[in-house]
Design a protein around this ligand. Structure first.
Ligand SMILES: NC(=O)c1ccc[n+]([C@@H]2O[C@H](COP(=O)([O-])OP(=O)(O)OC[C@H]3O[C@@H](n4cnc5c(N)ncnc54)[C@H](O)[C@@H]3O)[C@@H](O)[C@H]2O)c1
Length: 255
């Protein structure tokens, strides 16, 4: 458990927090001392409640909202409700995302649009809802969960990789647009993390062994491996770091 003294009295918002990396981040932020607001699709309400219990078990306040990150009205309503309930949003973690593999040659328009709506536009609209508040308070941390796929795609993930490249670019530009107001914007590029998404993506035990072998650390990631880098970007330790995208992949990719 990492305790951050500066987290006291602050609220972090994590999207897609009903499972996987989002749930681990919500718990990690709570254990570090943040109150945590968690959001996910309405279909994930029961799983969100499990995450809520984990935040409360760490002794922090939990705020729960069901919403779709691709719907502007949902986002605006959630940001308003959370600001009213908590008084501030100090850290925004844009984690919600989807991956439905397809060869680009066979990719249908609906699948392309769904990835861009959730993974790219969702991040932009969350930032648009929260940044004015952070800028007015002259402080805030935005952490976007991109992917090493955003650096270099692999077959069947071209559309997903393109959305994650967008997230890295949004991170770089937003950082320049809001830095004068004391807000930092950084991205994390996880490698292969053994969540529902990660396992579906790999598909077979043989593929898991292959990627374990490729990784310098000879293992794939757990959701908890993303907590430390998020706490770094959420804390005073990264006060002079903005517009960066950090690979957290056990040594798979080096650019
Ligand atoms: N697992 C990996 O190997 C890996 C690697 C690199 C990046 N990532 C990224 O990390 C993030 C979390 O991935 P994960 O592995 O925990 O996946 P996951 O599928 O377990 O979790 C994703 C969460 O996002 C939610 N979500 C999906 N669409 C949504 C929408 N429209 N509105 C709100 N919530 C929505 C899901 O319900 C789910 O709870 C994603 O952005 C993903 O692209 C994952």
């Amino acid at each position: 458990m990492t305790i951050l003294p500066e987290a006291k009295g602050k609220t972090a918002l994590v999207t897609g927090a009903s499972r996987g990396i989002g749930r681990a981040l919500a718990k990690g932020l709570a254990e570090a001392g943040f109150d945590v607001a968690i959001t996910d699709l309405p279909s994930q309400a029961a799983e969100l409640d499990v995450t809520k219990s984990e935040i409360e078990a760490a002794g922090r306040k939990a705020y729960v909202y069901t919403m779709d990150v691709s719907k502007k009205k949902d986002i605006e309503a959630t940001a308003r409700a959370l600001l009213e309930a908590a008084g501030s949003i100090d850290v925004l973690v844009n984690n919600a995302g989807i991956l439905k593999p397809s060869l680009l040659q066979d990719l249908d328009e609906a699948n392309w649009d769904a990835h861009f709506d959730v993974n790219a536009k969702g991040v932009l609209m969350m930032c648009q809802a929260v940044l004015p508040h952070m800028r007015a308070r002259k402080s805030g941390r935005v952490i976007n969960i991109a992917s090493i796929a955003g650096r270099q795609g692999v077959p069947t993930q071209g559309h997903y990789a393109a959305t994650k490249a967008v997230v890295i670019t949004l991170t770089r530009v937003l950082a320049q647009e809001v830095g004068m107001d004391g807000v930092t914007v950084n991205a994390i590029c996880p490698g292969i993390i053994l969540t529902e998404m990660g396992k579906n993506n790999l598909g077979s035990e043989a593929a898991i062994r292959h990627w374990e072998d490729v990784a310098a650390l000879k293992r794939l990631g757990a959701p908890e491996d993303i907590i430390g880098p998020v706490l770094f970007f959420a804390s005073d330790l990264s006060a002079f770091v903005t517009g960066q995208a950090l690979n957290v992949d056990g040594g798979i990719y080096y650019h």
